[in-house]
Structure formats: C-alpha cells, structure tokens
Design a protein around this ligand. Structure first.
Ligand SMILES: [Cu+2]
Length: 152
C-alpha cells in the first residue's frame, strides 16, 4: 500500500470506531433502587451509578436527625425524619454527573453532606477498547516515508 495513504486510512478507522452508532441497542432501561443511609454528615452509599433512561428509586433512611436529599440537575428532593425513610422516584433522562446534597440544615458540617449520581451510557467502554486496538496496530504501521525508507 502507498505509505501516504496509511495515515488517512488509519485516522478514518479511528473516527469510525469512535463515532459510529453501535449496532447493538443499549440495554433496556431498568428500575434501580438504592437504599441510602443518611447520618451526620454523610450518605452511604454516596456514589450512585445508573444508565441513562433508568428509573431511579431512592429510599432515604435517616439514622439520626432530619435529613434531606436534593439531586442537582433533576430538581428532585425528599426529606426523611429521624428513624424514618422516604422514597423518591425519577427517570434519569439526563446523562452526566450530578451532585446530590442534604437540603435540611442538619448540623455544623451540613454543607459537606453530598454525594454523586452518575448517569451514563456504556458504549464508551467498547469504543475505548476499539481505539486501544487501533493504537497497537498503528504502532506497527509505516506512517512516514522516512520510516518506510528505513525498512528498505
Ligand atoms: Cu444536612
């Protein structure tokens, strides 16, 4: 093959791997339930991961004082009384990373009572595997006329 064609072809392959819609449809949306313990001044678990389109059910259980939970970007909130639980249901239709925070002043460290909700798609994994494969292949390709001259 003409060495001058190798680089453009290789870059085109990379773009195809990175941006072509996957033939496999993403997993069907699920209902995901999380039980979150709230106590001064943390949530457990504090990191939640769901797929875009999932129905998220948060059950907030307060272990000590009144706590709340507000999800940034979704404008969804609940409040749980001491020893009680409260449930919140919403559809994770926006992808990205969102903070959730306590919205009831529960003590001195209240502003630090935060957690993270990640709403993501899984296809980046397949794409990164494909790009890594291309990078390995690319390491052996003669990209410049200088390197192909050396081979001769
Ligand atoms: Cu609080």
């Amino acid at each position: 093959m003409n060495p001058r064609l190798v680089l453009p072809l290789f870059m085109a392959a990379g773009l195809i791997v990175a941006f072509t819609p996957l033939p496999i449809p993403p997993a069907a949306p699920q209902a995901r339930t999380f039980e979150i313990d709230a106590r001064q001044f943390s949530y457990s678990p504090s990191e939640l991961k769901v797929a875009q389109g999932d129905t998220v059910i948060l059950r907030l259980v307060s272990q000590d004082v009144v706590h709340g939970l507000y999800v940034d970007g979704y404008a969804a909130s609940i409040t749980a009384d001491p020893g009680q639980s409260a449930a919140l249901t919403f559809i994770a239709d926006k992808a990205g990373s969102f903070r959730f925070r306590c919205n009831v002043t529960c003590g001195a460290m209240h502003p630090f009572m935060i957690g993270k909700l990640t709403v993501g798609t899984n296809d980046w994994l397949y794409r990164s595997v494909g790009l890594a494969f291309l990078a390995v292949v690319g390491a052996f390709l003669p990209f410049t006329s200088a390197s192909s001259r050396k081979v001769k």
